[in-house]
Write a protein that binds this ligand. Structure first.
Ligand SMILES: Nc1ncnc2c1ncn2[C@@H]1O[C@H](COP(=O)(O)OP(=O)(O)OP(=O)(O)O)[C@@H](O)[C@H]1O
Ligand SMILES: [Mg+2]
Length: 328
């Protein structure tokens, strides 16, 4: 590998000296081929990072820096995912179900997680995002969708055994479709010669959001810190509402019946102080000073609920970026 790296660096000046475009293009193709063949994108991605694994400290730092107000989600993911990825012989794929109000960071945390596991190059091969309303909008096409979904999962895992599937808006997905992915999540060694046991399935939904808000509000009214809320305090409520609500997508789904979801991850609604943190982070991302006056003005411009106490942002941090455009 060291030899190859050296060869690459030796080749670069040659490319820059060579005049004819064809030579340059040809050499670039050879290099791209080498990069892909020997997995050298790891070298460019970051020498200490290995595709399909995660550096716990780096992930923790990334979460601390970017994800606000979600102590349980951060804890649970940091505990579950690295352990799963370092297990060479898991008995089943890892299935995480992320629940919570809109704009609380479910997509965002999933994105940060996959970015810590795979380079951009490998994400194209190993990470699939399925959006129920976008990819499977018509209930009447359910049989066709089932086939498409099963083909997608099979071909992705055949190509990349540690594939990550993000199912967005699972609460809007037809229960029959959820049942179609059930075999992949179960304790099978192989299905038609393919093993799914190293894959990760992440389900995102708003189901259970009201229950999580109720619980947070109870703590808030009692003057208690929401960081005191433990997973066991909330997991049962989320689990029950996800299971019982007819429109939750999990309704009567065999994923629940068969205990195929490993962990339910609650996302708490965003308070004013968290919205401020989102604004500051966004300002810094855009290269501005995190000016306290602008931060407060933008955070105040969001709508808060419940109507009397106005504790939580109706849209979480979702519209922070658009609001910022108007203020800057
Ligand atoms: N907890 C959070 N910490 C930091 N930023 C956040 C957080 N939640 C949301 N954001 C910001 O808001 C944007 C939208 O959040 P995201 O798409 O993750 O929400 P969501 O929970 O998936 O909502 P929905 O249920 O509507 O899909 C993110 O890209 C991020 O900039
Ligand atoms: Mg989302």
């Amino acid at each position: 590998m060291k030899l190859l790296r050296a060869a690459l660096w030796l080749l670069l000046p040659v490319i820059s000296r060579a005049e004819p475009i064809s030579i340059t293009v040809g050499t670039v193709s050879v290099i791209t081929g080498l990069i892909s063949y020997y997995g050298l994108h790891n070298y460019f991605w970051g020498s200490s990072r290995v595709e399909g694994t995660v550096n716990v400290t780096a992930l923790q730092l990334d979460f601390e820096k970017n994800i606000f107000g979600q102590h349980l989600a951060k804890q649970v993911i940091i505990k579950a995912v690295p352990r799963f990825l370092s297990n060479e012989n898991p008995k089943k794929p890892l299935a995480l179900s992320l629940h919570g109000w809109t704009g609380t960071g479910k997509n965002y945390i999933s994105q940060i997680l996959v970015n810590n596991i795979y380079s951009e190059y490998m994400r194209k091969k190993c990470v699939r995002t399925i959006v129920a309303t976008l990819h499977f909008p018509h209930a009447s096409h359910i049989q066709e969708y089932k086939d498409q979904l099963q083909t997608l999962v099979r071909s992705s895992v055949s190509d990349c055994e540690r594939s990550i599937f993000i199912f967005d808006e699972i609460d809007k997905m037809h229960p029959g479709l959820i049942d179609a992915i059930k075999p992949f999540l179960d304790y099978y060694d192989h299905i038609d010669g393919v093993s799914y046991r190293k894959a990760i399935f992440i389900f995102l939904s708003n189901a259970g959001g009201e229950k999580i808000t109720e619980l947070s509000l109870k703590f808030w009214r009692a003057g208690r810190d929401r960081e005191e809320i433990k997973l066991s305090d909330v997991e049962k409520d989320v689990y029950l509402s996800a299971f019982n609500k007819k429109d939750s997508g999990y309704w009567h789904s065999s994923l629940i019946d068969k205990n195929l979801i490993d962990v339910f991850v609650p996302f708490f609604p965003m308070e004013f102080r968290h919205v401020k943190m989102c604004v500051k982070a966004e300002l810094e991302r855009r290269g501005h000073d995190a000016d306290e006056e602008i931060t407060i003005a933008i955070a105040k411009d969001m709508t808060y609920y419940p109507s009397g106490e106005k504790v939580y942002s109706v849209k979480g941090c979702k519209t922070v970026s658009t609001k910022l455009d108007l203020f800057l």
